[in-house]
Design a protein around this ligand. Structure first.
Ligand SMILES: Cc1ncc(COP(=O)(O)O)c(C=O)c1O
Length: 391
């Protein structure tokens, strides 16, 4: 079958590739520990499940407005007001089937052939593919390890051309867990304003932050920056609702309208019962979001301390999300591996630990370990990694 050029050029997700290999080994009876997960290992809080179930029993099982139920938009607007003191009207908010599809729709609505989008590396795997699918060109800017994987305003300034349409800021970041502070966001924002480029601020890990880290949205910094920014967020990570597929964006109303028109011809609307679940997520509370956050923080602290003791491994301590992004280049080259990708394959084959190679995130010296799994398994995985390196 001859497929379109568009899909033929797609890079398959590196996260899914390693997960598939780990599954295959598991089926063969091997005791595999998977650290590839991109989702919390908790069930969705029961008050959310109850609200969604009740909505179905009450007959809310039909199409909804394409951009989301007014009651959900209201709950999202209240969340922006309470958390960031940001005011958005319903026309400035679109709800979609997960933040991933919201981003997909956003790039489709924004980009013409050849438009450039600046993507800091390491990046979440879907950004470049989504930009390319919309005809755009990803332009990569290296977030250096010595700067906690963050880009500087000077780097951004140098990367802008007359084709630049947008820059993506993902704080806290997948895969590094790094976060931009208020001053850094302001500086990056000044460059975006100077060149009149849109800021796509992916804040999906906003609620999963640790230690003394504080989350700022770049849209909070000034009215000018709010106008220049589309904030993308969702309930997948904060409320452990990855399978429900609810994400949203807030920004310029013409852009939101175009995205909503597009959604009306693709998804029609986000799943009705999931929207009712998301309304509950934002309007009710039973402490479970904080319980999950605390569990992640506890794991991070324990696992991080052990990880950095392993010879040949260095790691910037993450401030948010649920990933560690250690540099294992030294360990890999000392063991005679040509690349960290080869090291990752050998780690899975020999020690049965599945991690994601950093090459898929634009950082070939690193690996991504997800700590969205039990502490016992994490500790066992680290012992195996240490054995693999030191044996
Ligand atoms: C940085 C980042 N943005 C967006 C998403 C998409 O989240 P959703 O499940 O809402 O589609 C993810 C999911 O892994 C992510 O890591």
């Amino acid at each position: 079958m001859e497929l379109s050029k568009r899909v033929s050029a797609l890079t398959p997700s590196s996260t899914l590739a390693i997960t598939a290999k780990a599954k295959e080994l598991k089926l063969q009876g091997h005791d595999v520990i998977g650290l590839g997960a991109g989702e919390p290992d908790f069930n969705t809080p029961s008050y959310i499940i109850e609200a969604a179930a009740a909505s179905m029993r009450e007959g809310h099982t039909k199409y909804t407005p394409s951009g989301g139920l007014p009651a959900l938009k209201e709950a999202i607007a209240d969340k922006f007001k309470n958390d960031q003191n940001l005011d958005y009207s319903h026309e400035e908010i679109i709800v979609g089937t997960g933040a991933k599809h919201i981003l997909f729709t956003l790039f489709q609505a924004l980009l013409d052939e050849g438009d450039e989008v600046i993507i800091p590396t390491p990046y979440w795997v879907s950004y470049p593919e989504q930009v390319k699918l919309a005809g755009g060109e990803p332009v990569y800017v290296d977030g250096l390890e010595e700067n906690d994987f963050k880009i500087t305003p000077e780097q951004l300034d140098n990367a802008v051309t007359d084709k630049t349409k947008a820059v993506i800021i993902n704080s806290p970041s997948n895969p590094t867990g790094s976060m931009y502070n208020q001053r850094e966001l302001q500086k990056v924002g000044e460059v975006a304003l100077k060149h009149n480029i849109l800021i796509v601020s992916d804040e999906i890990y906003e609620k999963l932050i640790y230690g003394d880290a504080a989350h700022y949205s770049i849209a909070q910094i000034s009215t000018e920056l709010k106008a220049q920014t589309v904030v993308v967020n969702g309930v997948s990570k904060s409320h452990s609702m990855t399978g429900w597929r609810i994400g949203y964006a807030a920004g310029d109303k013409d852009l939101v309208k175009a995205m909503t028109n597009l959604a009306s011809h693709s998804t029609s609307n986000p799943t009705a019962s999931s929207q009712y679940g998301a309304i509950a997520a934002y309007t009710k509370e039973d402490g479970s979001v904080e319980t999950m956050r605390t569990a992640f923080e506890d794991r991070l602290n324990k696992v991080y301390d052990k990880l950095i003791q392993i010879p040949g491994v260095t790691c910037v301590k993450p401030k948010g999300a649920f990933y560690l992004f250690p540099n294992v280049k030294q360990a890999a080259s000392e063991a005679g591996f040509q690349s960290v990708d080869d090291w990752v394959t050998a780690l899975l084959e020999k020690e049965k630990v599945a991690v994601v190679p950093g090459s898929g995130f634009g950082s070939p010296d690193n690996i991504r370990l997800s700590y969205a799994t039990s502490l016992d398994l994490l500790e066992a995985a680290l012992e195996r990694i240490e054995h693999f390196i030191t044996k």
